[in-house]
Design a protein around this ligand. Structure first.
Ligand code: ADP
Ligand code: MG
Length: 439
């Protein structure tokens, strides 16, 4: 199966080939044809499986096929929970749309609105945004949703976790009822299903991995250790193992800052990334981490969500998350796209209940070890794990059509205009871009 076989035009195929993609990933193969047919989609696949291209490519195809020669109203909107993710998705949109006449832009909070407003005024076909800033801009009449044909919710589960349900509802209330909705999520919780029921119409469910499963090549390891000795143990692991690129998760922003300072004091280059950091600091930390200027990135769950940090060998849970789904998201940062990875958790007595919940979700016991000199002595009783489901959303009851697309009427007309069927690969060859990832 090639990208052209899926019904994508040579201009789009050329752009993905330049990215080094040789064939569609499983989620792309499954989702793209349905999206091109105009159907609503509820897609769940583990992190790092190429969901971004899964929705961006067919949306670009639609936008180019149906473009008005003169006007450029906003016709596709991608909503993401975090600024980093918005920036990252937009980077992808730009790359994939290199050879088509489609304008894209991104808006998020934490930076001045003026230039965002100016860009929107000039007209964009597809916009990537975080909900809060977008609502502000809409209130200021800087953007209209009246002509939106396709709404995409990326990392929808995290949007709920972050309390964006109300903003989402409000944004949607300004959009035409007749539109296509695509919802992407790494996990598939009860809340997500509820959200889907409220927004999607007869969605096709697209799944490629067992629900809440983790990447197969990731090994899980637990070090039992006292709370007070975690930092020393982490430093030892990093130094003894000569780890070069380590993503460390803490539960709080304060904890992330404290740990970062301690690592730096011990001669390990590190930076923290969390919601209290300025946008500039967050972007810089991520960049330095990606280009190996710093060894350790200490992150909170929200900040790390959806970041594209390819091929990370180690992900460390300095503290276990109290929401078990977050463990799945965290370790989605390792073993991406078929590479091996290690998920290492430092677990103290207080966290044993969190570990139990995670094991229940994964249906797998995490291998526990004790390192010499770090034998736990604490007997602080365990804290209760959170049963997720904080928000409730979507009042209307609708039936969700799972696993079958039969009888689903497309929301908008199918648009195969100018879109050659299978086998219409362009004569333009590959560009010799590196073929890093295999699916
Ligand atoms: P997800 O949203 O599912 O977590 P992303 O869309 O961020 O995943 O993609 C993860 C990585 O895989 C990115 O670096 C992306 O460039 C790459 N990728 C996406 N599609 C393909 C493909 N078909 N072939 C190879 N690499 C791909
Ligand atoms: Mg993604």
């Amino acid at each position: 199966m090639t990208f052209s076989d899926l019904g994508l035009s040579p201009a789009i195929v050329k752009a993905v080939e330049e990215k080094g993609y040789t064939k569609p990933s499983p989620i792309q193969e499954k989702a793209i044809p349905h999206i091109l047919e105009g159907k609503d989609i509820l897609a769940s696949a583990q992190t790092g499986t190429g969901k971004t291209a899964g929705f961006t490519l067919p949306v670009l195809q639609y936008l180019t096929d149906t473009k008005h020669p003169k006007y450029r109203p906003l016709r596709a909107l991608v909503l993401t929970p975090t600024r980093e993710l918005a920036a990252q998705v937009h980077d992808n949109v730009r790359e994939y749309s290199k050879y088509v006449n489609i304008r894209s832009s991104v808006v998020f909070g934490g930076v001045k609105a003026a230039s965002q407003i100016a860009t929107l005024k000039r007209g964009v076909d597809i916009l990537v945004a975080t909900p809060g800033r977008l609502l502000d801009l809409h209130d200021q009449k800087a953007v209209s949703f009246k002509r939106i044909d396709i709404l995409i919710l990326d990392e929808a589960d995290r949007m709920l976790d972050m309390g964006f349900a109300r903003d989402l509802n409000k944004l949607i209330s300004f959009m035409p009822v007749e539109r296509q909705n695509l919802m992407f999520s790494a996990t598939f919780s009860k809340d997500i299903k509820k959200l889907a029921e409220g927004i999607l119409k007869n969605p096709v469910s697209v799944e490629t991995a067992p629900q809440n499963s983790t990447a197969k090549k990731v090994t899980h390891k637990v070090f039992k250790v006292d709370k007070g000795k975690k930092t020393t143990l982490l430093i030892k692991l990093i130094k003894d193992g000569n780890w070069e690129q380590v993503l460390v998760f803490t539960r709080t922003k304060h904890g992330a800052n404290k740990l970062t300072q301690k690592l730096i004091k011990d001669g390990i280059s590190a930076a923290a990334i969390h919601g209290n950091k300025s946008q500039g600091a967050r972007t810089k930390a991520l960049k330095n981490f990606k280009d190996n200027t710093i060894k350790v990135l200490v992150a909170t769950d929200i900040a790390a969500r959806g970041l594209d940090i390819p091929l990370l060998p180690y992900v460390i849970n300095y503290e276990l998350p109290n929401v078990p789904e977050d463990y799945v998201h965290r370790i989605g940062r390792t073993g991406r796209a078929g590479a091996a990875g290690e998920a290492i958790s430092l677990v103290c007595s207080e966290e044993t209940e969190y570990q139990n919940e995670i094991e229940k979700l994964l249906k797998e016991k995490l291998k526990s070890t004790v390192l010499d000199g770090f034998e736990p002595t604490d007997t602080t009783p365990p804290k209760r794990a959170a049963t997720q489901s904080k928000s409730s959303f979507g009042k209307k009851k609708k039936t969700t059509n799972t696993s079958s697309s039969q009888g689903n009427k497309p929301k908008r007309k199918p648009h195969f205009k100018g879109n050659k069927p299978a086998g219409s690969t362009s004569g333009r060859g590959r560009t010799g871009a590196p073929k890093k990832k295999r699916f």
